[in-house]
Design a binder for this molecule. Sequence first.
Ligand SMILES: NC(=O)c1ccc[n+]([C@@H]2O[C@H](COP(=O)([O-])OP(=O)(O)OC[C@H]3O[C@@H](n4cnc5c(N)ncnc54)[C@H](OP(=O)(O)O)[C@@H]3O)[C@@H](O)[C@H]2O)c1
Length: 244
Amino acid sequence: MDLALGNRRALVMGGSRGLGNAIARALCAEGARVAICARDATRVAAAAAELGAEGIACDLAVPGAAADLVEEAIRRLGGLDILVVNTGGPPPGLFVELDDSTWRRTFEALWMSSVGAIRAALPGMRERRWGRILLVTSVAAKEPVPNLMLSNSLRAGLHGMVNSLAREVAADQVTVNALLPGYTLTERLQELRLDEAKVAASIPAGRIGSPAEFASVAAFLLSGPASYLTGQALAVDGGLLQSI
Ligand SMILES: NC(=O)c1ccc[n+]([C@@H]2O[C@H](COP(=O)([O-])OP(=O)(O)OC[C@H]3O[C@@H](n4cnc5c(N)ncnc54)[C@H](OP(=O)(O)O)[C@@H]3O)[C@@H](O)[C@H]2O)c1
């Protein structure tokens, strides 16, 4: 299938490694022009050079940074057709362990960066009557994961935003979806220090997923042929979620 992504202009937030990097790689392979961002300037420059993309250093946890990032990507690419909202994962922890400042910092990094980036990217997409917005969230938003209070709480709300926004902008031919990673082999997963053999055994597919498997679904959702698919929250999880 031709994904019709040639010359589409895409910003993948958090694209120096992990899932964001795999999505950026898939889009580059389809001929899109891509910008990525991350906090570590050296690493984002190296990843961008390897992909043939634009690399932009920024910290999405800083208020206003996401809007500035989108403006910079528009300046470098000459416009933006595709926005992948992918932020760093929130710290683990139980409710009783999390203080107000951790909740506020995480809300800023996860939630307000999503709002800021989407608000900055939408006007051009609506004007051109073509746009793809994809939020990378988590299976934790549908089935809470033990010890991930922040992720379980905040991401469920983002799915409400995806569903409502999708209907606000559908007539302008802009789609808005969420893609929910299950357990996927990235540095983030290693940071959580899980017993990987035990995790693999808990997944119906019997193994942890690869970033490339996740990215191929993302590339389809961001493609031309996915034009009638909007407001959805789709898990790529090897069968982990049991809800209908
Ligand atoms: N992997 C999984 O199994 C899994 C499962 C469920 C949900 N998720 C979620 O999916 C998302 C991506 O996960 P991943 O596994 O790809 O994570 P990862 O391997 O840690 O990569 C995260 C990427 O985002 C960048 N980043 C992190 N914080 C940032 C910030 N404040 N500002 C700008 N860039 C930032 C990182 O670069 P810098 O560190 O240089 O900034 C890196 O490029 C996360 O939200 C994660 O919680 C992952």
